[in-house]
Design a protein. Structure first.
Length: 443
């Protein structure tokens, strides 16, 4: 309604008072900058900063910094063993099929259940005997703590498998990842690192019943930031989780609620033979190098195999060095081996550009906008594709988070809080596989 007046004002003012326009424009920029600064200084400021940088990496160079401190300007840690591993293109995924069972096993049950039967127990018993490749491995990070059993029981009650049509459940693997229980882990009065035999017996009974635990040999029995993420990747890549190959491997925190149908639909757009690193950057700490947060982080199978090969060459001291697991995963992505299209005269860590052709094949060449911003979605040196779900996954109570694919937060740590969120977001939703997958349905 007032556009003609605005146009008239600008037409008359700009030629006569150009300095006034410059002042007004500068004031608007200052107001926007101050507003952004105030937002970034709030409790969830880094979520908003990360979101804006995801719109364009150059914004990292001009946006104000919040309480977390400035972004890094130094290269990430270098892991030579990862760089020396076989490139992802050397690993071919196996096409999945109708279910193939170990040792001529045949399912004992139909897909129907009675009220007295545990529907998850039947599914778990069958899946434990599968050897055919899966579409995806959903590995939920749990602990050996007594309270963690109740959380696993709640997740089993609302298993991801119940969001999958029965004839396709053989394509989905669900496991809980944990270490071993030492007395000192739950009983600080114990001064030695001896096995808690009572808890280990309970965990053995749980494994005998469901067969869905992946137990790792970890320093101190159980940890999060002393090698658990690396030991998990190595174990899966080496087949110690049961040996099934897959298209995708995802780590999920047990305080995350995933909308499984929407999540699986999102993966249908990607070719798992390519190299993928997937997750959301909204909750990452900008003071560290680019990484996705641990609520849900995944890889295509060739990336898993390359990382596992490299981790197998690392020393225990390197693997168990204390560091944030999400940050470490992001750093590994910078160390992946160069593709066969990069012809290097040396595998040395020497970053002399003359050794690499073309120039982007230099593994130490910083991203165009520096290490403090987001690297390109496609890494031309390695072929790695970083896929950021951004607002589709994130923390509760952050306004910009849609959370239509995944949500997590403190209220979902207790089993009853997790169940409440699940019932509101996921209950009753069933994934509809695309038509090209119909030939893999169990008859």
């Amino acid at each position: 309604m007032h556009l003609p007046r605005v146009r008239q004002f600008l037409r008359l003012t700009i030629p006569r008072r150009p300095h006034a326009i410059v002042i007004i424009f500068t004031l608007l920029l200052l107001i926007a900058y101050f507003t952004a600064w105030r937002v970034f200084m709030c409790n969830h400021g880094r979520w908003y900063w990360n979101w804006m940088v995801s719109l364009h990496p150059a914004l990292a160079l001009i946006l104000p910094i919040g309480q977390w401190g400035g972004p890094p300007d130094n290269p990430p840690r270098w892991i030579q063993e990862i760089y020396d591993a076989p490139h992802m293109s050397n690993f071919k995924i196996r096409e999945f099929s109708k279910p193939i069972w170990k040792n001529d096993y045949h399912p004992k049950y139909s897909h129907s259940t009675t009220k007295e039967e545990d529907p998850y127990l039947k599914i778990a018993e069958q899946n434990h005997h599968l050897k055919s490749p899966s579409l995806i491995k959903l590995h939920i990070f749990s602990t050996v703590h007594r309270k963690a059993y109740h959380k696993r029981a709640m997740i089993r009650k609302h298993s991801p498998l119940f969001s999958i049509p029965p004839e396709y459940r053989h394509l989905i693997e669900v496991k809980f990842v944990m270490g071993h229980n030492y007395h000192l882990y739950e009983e600080p009065e114990h001064k030695d690192w001896t096995i808690n035999e009572e808890m280990e017996l309970a965990l053995k009974e749980e494994q005998d019943k469901y067969g869905d635990l992946l137990r790792l040999e970890l320093i101190h029995g159980e940890n999060l930031r002393e090698g658990k993420i690396l030991e998990w990747i190595r174990a899966v890549g080496d087949g110690e989780d049961g040996g099934r190959e897959s298209c995708w491997l995802f780590k999920i925190d047990d305080d995350t609620v995933l909308n499984y149908p929407a999540f699986l639909d999102s993966l249908m757009d990607f070719d798992p033979q390519k190299s993928y690193y997937l997750g959301t950057s909204l909750n990452r700490w900008p003071v560290f190098h680019h990484h996705f947060t641990g609520m849900t982080t995944g890889f295509s199978w060739p990336v898993v195999k390359t990382m596992a090969a490299g981790i197998n060459k690392m020393s225990r001291q390197e693997i168990e060095a204390w560091w944030d697991d999400d940050v470490l995963t992001g750093e590994i992505m910078f160390c992946l081996p160069s593709g066969p299209w990069c012809q290097s005269s040396s595998r040395s860590t020497d970053s002399s550009a003359s050794k690499y052709s073309p120039a982007y094949c230099d593994p130490h060449k910083p991203p165009f906008y520096g290490y403090g911003s987001n690297p390109p979605d496609l890494d031309r040196r390695t072929g790695l594709i970083r896929y950021d779900y951004v607002r589709h996954m994130g923390d509760e109570n952050v306004r910009i988070v849609k959370g239509d694919i995944g949500i997590h937060g403190g209220s979902m740590k207790p089993p009853e809080g997790w169940e409440k969120e699940y019932m509101a977001r996921v209950e009753g939703k069933i994934w509809q596989p695309p038509s090209w997958m119909h030939k893999f349905a169990e008859v």
